[in-house]
Design a protein around this ligand. Sequence first.
Ligand code: GLN
Length: 481
Amino acid sequence: MSEITRYSLTEIKTLLEKKSLTSEEIVSAYQTAYENDNNADIPLNGYIEFFKDARTRASAEDIKRKNNTHGRLSGLPIAVKDNILITGKKATCGSKILEGFSAPYTATVIRRLEKEGAVFLGRTNMDEFAMGSSCEYSQYGPTRNPVNREYVPGGSSGGSAAVVGAFQAPAALGSDTGGSVRLPASFCGLYGLKPGYGTLSRYGLVAYGSSLDQIGIVAHNPADIALLLSVCAGIDSKDSTSRDFSYSDMFPLTPGNLKGLKVALPVQLNGEGNSDSVRKTAAGFIDWLKQQGADVSEISIPNLSYTVAIYYIIAPAEASSNLARYDGIEYGLRNDNGNLLDMYINTRSEGFGSEVKRRIFIGNYVLSSGYYDAYYKKAQAVRSLLTHEFDNIFTDYDIVLSPTSPTPPFKLGEKLDDPVTMYLQDICTIYANLVGIPAISIPAGMSNDNLPIGMQLAGRQGNENLLLSIAQSWKNRGGAA
Ligand code: GLN
């Protein structure tokens, strides 16, 4: 493997500025890494497509740097999940129903990165429409865990985490509706941030659960995430839920001072349900926090016990509405045997995979008259209670801590027959989406089988900087992970 692909995004930035390397050399190294891997016995399958024009774009940035007309991210390579739009590029969301669809416009986040000179390497694999926790529900086959290929990389942004973990990209964009950036980051031994709701514009992110969706970032270190976030965060007239917070001074990232930091440890996410190796890792991480002077207290947040149940009502409800647009008329696949109704039925039956269909069924069920009050309305009421509870918690605490996942990565196929066990994988991550707060997964240890284990820190709205600075202190501690 080429040494070049081992550099972090911020290291690449320095090397390019010092003219020790060109962006074209770097992008070629990633392309070779990807191509070699694709010919291996068990390919990673992290990319659905590696962009053929990436090298040309990189050399255009090399010229801009020579002429001093470059932006802050000039020549920096980034991989992009296949549900974030780039004009003229295909976007399939890992689904057959979007076969042949090319994006007619560019996502705001992409536009901002592109304006500063970022070079997009390719589209990464994902669970179909971001529904899943293992990256096995893709029309393009499963992605594998770069640490051990018999295992899943986590989902739904499994391709994004896998290509970063396998050094086929230094950083990647994913999306996180219930944990889809943090879980793969945790399973692949990386840092993964889900910003607070509204920090990044959702314009051009294909909608799954609109009140929960956020674009997130996966990288080898927190400073790389801070660099990208500082460029793409902020209000956007094309997304009315985006917020007017400025993150432009977030980079360079300074490691946090943890003295006096108030950390809440909810008993609901830190107990018996977690595997032994996860509990051991959590204990080690808590010890480190205490050594740094943080004040860690156990608390009880009773409504945390209901988050999986609430999420699997609200997310499918929103998905059933968002996915109604794939009817064979405007997007991708069309099966037009028969009359108009036949076309709708045939296109959707053929185009959606079984997990997506399950979500559409659940969503329509919980929204239908007679069940709306019993399920959807109740779930929204508990969501409001939970949000209230977290408002109170953040008056007393700075951080809420738990593992990112109750278990280390599992083997391919292990949970495919049992959707509920798959859903339970998100038990620690979902609340941050329901409440709309930022959360980060930090690589914190290894299991007995040498698989990565992540810890999750969640903070107040607008506190991404605090999460990243604590993560950077952890990264700088000079230990394992
Ligand atoms: N695993 C969860 C789901 O299937 C979360 C996915 C996500 O965050 N996009 O819905």
